[in-house]
Structures are given as structure tokens and as C-alpha cells.
Design a protein around this ligand. Structure first.
Ligand code: ATP
Ligand code: FE
Length: 372
């Protein structure tokens, strides 16, 4: 099987061609970093336009790099949610045009399922059931993957996602926003002392597996004000002392608010999951924040201590990419989960449902009583 994967749920236009033996034949990502800087975030209408401008070219490049044409494909996989509906539609329209034109089946993909399942492409021993911690710009999910398409949500964020917290802090510390905030904070944190600010770990008193990063606004903002850090002064022009207090803040945030919080929730989730599925051997971390080396190292230790093994895709497969969409398409296709080719004469004839909000699996019902 050879599957083309298309991803346009947020600000990256990403396309890849993947074969069922796990060989990545090509991958292309066109990112909208310049727009992010200009508008200080993702504007759905702008993002839609940017996707529309590059989608044909990105698909063509992915096919060329794989030395293929549409005729060589078995199927087309495309993200149908969750995400920005205007953006999702650009990818879905393109997928339907290709599928209609070349009589190919089409596979609608859940973006977060793809973040988790791409780990099975790189780790062939990764069998169901397994656990996944998905940490990205829009999500903070702890899930138990019992089987393909069977997911139980052990925890989620009650407000912001961890990636958003990284991005926000990067802005407040005047870091270079020409790329996303996460890598900039990770880098700066290496210069700082993580014990400088005794930020409290979120939701310590809640004995469940949910996350919260809204406290960041009060805790960290207050510290920023007391140190008189001015985001309008870019870090490159800050005095040595100013730079160091920004670095200390990045390190303390990363150590206490970001990572200790993840560790604590993961340990509890492992206990919950083992009760349901005692044969679990792996915990996957994926999503943009999982490309952080510090996050990886710390979670690796916690997961090992609890008798499991950590599986973490390489950074390029942690942030948004077309490979994860194509691979998840392959997984679904193998078990017969796909839609027939759309009519060639008018591939966009009927409305293809995009699902901007789309929970991954059901909530763990016992979570509430166990947390008491
Ligand atoms: P979602 O998957 O929830 O829809 P998304 O697709 O926008 O969101 P991803 O591309 O998976 O998110 O991840 C982007 C996020 O990852 C950004 O918030 C970014 O700051 C964060 N990130 C990327 N690299 C790092 C890093 N090294 N350290 C911390 N955070 C990082
Ligand atoms: Fe993502």
C-alpha cells in the first residue's frame, strides 16, 4: 500500500507519501511562521488563504520527491478534525479532488489519533494496548489506546494546552517569535537556574489526571512584573542581568509548571490504565512539545520507574506532519475503514464532514470516583 497524507488542520500545510512497510517516501511541510509573527497567532482566514495558496504545490512536491504520480497511490488520507474548519476544508477539498480524479478511496483522519499512532511507524514492537501523552499547541491528552479506534481519555486540560503556555511565556519574555515559542524557551532554560522561582505545581490537590495551565497567567505574570521584565525589549538587547532573570524564569517554568505537572499526572494515569489493561508495556509521547529534550528525558525516567517503556517519535514526527496522517490512513485502510472514491465528475458534490471539535474516544468514567 502507498498512501498520500494531507494535513491542514492548523497553520502547517503538510503532505507525505508513506508505504505500508513504514518507509517514508517523501514529506513536505510548508509553515506559516511569517504570518504567525505578523498577526501574533493563527488567524483562521489568513491561515486558510495560506493553505490554499500552497496546497497544490506541496502535494506535487511530495509526489515528485517520492518519484510517483497519483496513479501509483492506493488511497488518500486527510485530516478531517479536530482543528480550524476553514483550514481543514482546504485539505479535504484537495484530497477529494485527487481521490475523485484517480478513483482512489479516501480516509478521514483524527489529527490527535495520528499524533499517537505515528509512534507505531517508528517502533514496530508497539502493540495495542498502550498509553499516550499527547502534548501540543491545542491539546493535553492522556489516553489509553486499547485497540485501533478504541481510545479512553484518562485526562485532558481544563483550560490551556501546554504548548500554548510555552508560546505565551516566550512572548512575555521577549523571545524571538519567528518560530514557535517552545524551542525558544527550551533553549533559554538551559542558561537558567530552575530553582530560582518556586512556582507551584498546578492542580496538586486534584487527584485526577487532568491538566491546567491557566495559573501561569497569575503566577508567572506576577514574577515577570516583580522582575520588571519588559517584553518590548527583545532578549537580544537585554542586559546580562535581565537576560539571566528571563532564563531563570524559563527554567523554573519548564521544571515546575510544565514537567513536574506532566510527571505527576502520568504516574497516576499509568496506575489507572494498568487496572484496565495489565498488559500495557509502552507509553508514547507525541505532539509538538514532545520534541523538547528536557521533557523527553524526564518523562523517560518516570515511565521506566513505573515499569513501562517510553516511545517518542523524532521531533519532525512530533510536530504536525503529513507522515502521521498517511500512516494512520494505512492503519485504517488495512482494517477496511475508508470511504469509496468520490464521483469523478464532481468530487466536491456532497459535503464532506469536517469535525472541528472531535473528542478522541470516551472519558474514563471511573476517573471521577478514583480521584476522590
Ligand atoms: P494540535 O496538535 O493540538 O492541534 P498543533 O498541531 O498546533 O496543535 P503541534 O504542531 O503538534 O501543535 O505542536 C506545536 C506546539 O508545540 C507549539 O505550541 C510549540 O510551542 C510546541 N513546541 C514545539 N517544539 C517545542 C519544544 N522544543 N519545547 C516545547 N514546546 C515545543
Ligand atoms: Fe498537532
Amino acid at each position: 500500500l502507498v498512501v498520500l497524507g494531507i494535513e491542514t488542520s492548523c497553520d502547517d500545510t503538510a503532505v507525505a507519501v508513506v508505504r505500508s512497510d513504514g518507509e517514508i517516501l517523501s514529506q513536505v511541510v510548508s509553515s506559516q511562521a511569517d504570518l504567525l509573527v505578523k498577526y501574533g497567532g493563527v488567524d483562521p482566514k489568513m491561515a486558510e488563504e495560506a493553505h490554499s495558496q500552497v496546497i497544490d504545490q506541496v502535494v506535487q512536491e511530495a509526489l515528485d520527491k517520492a518519484y510517483m504520480t497519483e496513479k501509483d497511490l492506493t488511497a488518500v488520507a486527510v485530516t478531517i478534525g479536530p482543528g480550524l474548519s476553514l483550514c481543514l476544508r482546504v485539505g479535504v477539498q484537495k484530497a477529494r479532488r485527487i481521490a475523485g480524479g484517480f478513483n482512489l478511496p479516501i480516509i478521514g483522519i483524527h489529527h490527535m489519533e495520528a499524533h499517537a499512532l505515528v509512534a507505531r511507524l517508528i517502533e514496530k514492537d508497539l502493540q495495542f494496548p498502550f498509553m499516550a501523552l499527547l502534548i501540543s499547541g491545542g491539546h493535553n491528552l492522556l489516553i489509553l489506546a486499547r485497540d485501533l479506534g478504541q481510545y479512553i481519555q484518562l485526562g485532558t486540560t481544563i483550560d490551556d494546552a501546554i504548548g500554548e503556555a510555552y508560546d505565551k511565556l516566550a512572548k512575555w519574555l521577549g523571545l524571538d517569535m519567528s518560530r514557535s515559542g517552545g524551542p525558544a524557551i527550551e533553549e533559554l532554560a538551559r542558561e537558567g537556574n530552575d530553582k530560582s522561582f518556586n512556582f507551584s505545581i498546578p492542580m496538586k490537590q486534584h487527584k485526577d489526571c487532568n491538566f491546567s495551565y491557566a495559573g501561569l497567567k497569575t503566577q508567572v505574570r506576577r514574577a515577570i512584573e516583580s522582575k520588571k521584565i519588559d517584553a518590548k525589549i527583545p532578549i537580544s538587547s537585554a542586559s546580562y542581568e535581565d537576560r539571566m532573570s528571563r532564563a531563570d524564569m524559563a527554567a523554573s517554568f519548564q521544571q515546575r509548571i510544565a514537567v513536574l505537572h506532566l510527571e505527576e499526572r502520568c504516574e497516576r494515569a499509568i496506575q489507572w490504565a494498568l487496572k484496565m489493561e495489565p498488559s500495557i508495556k509502552h507509553l508514547v509521547i507525541s505532539g509538538g512539545v514532545a520534541s523538547n529534550q528536557y521533557v523527553r528525558a524526564r518523562l523517560d525516567a518516570v515511565v521506566k520507574k513505573n515499569g513501562l517503556q517510553l516511545v517518542c517519535p523524532p521531533p519532525r514526527l512530533c510536530t504536525d506532519n503529513g507522515v502521521m496522517i498517511a500512516w494512520t490512513g494505512i492503519e485504517h485502510f488495512r482494517v477496511g475503514r475508508y470511504d469509496p472514491p468520490p464521483p469523478a465528475e464532481d468530487p466536491e458534490d456532497f459535503f464532506y464532514d469536517v469535525r472541528p471539535r472531535w473528542p478522541l474516544g470516551e472519558e474514563y468514567a471511573e476517573g471521577r470516583s478514583e480521584s476522590r
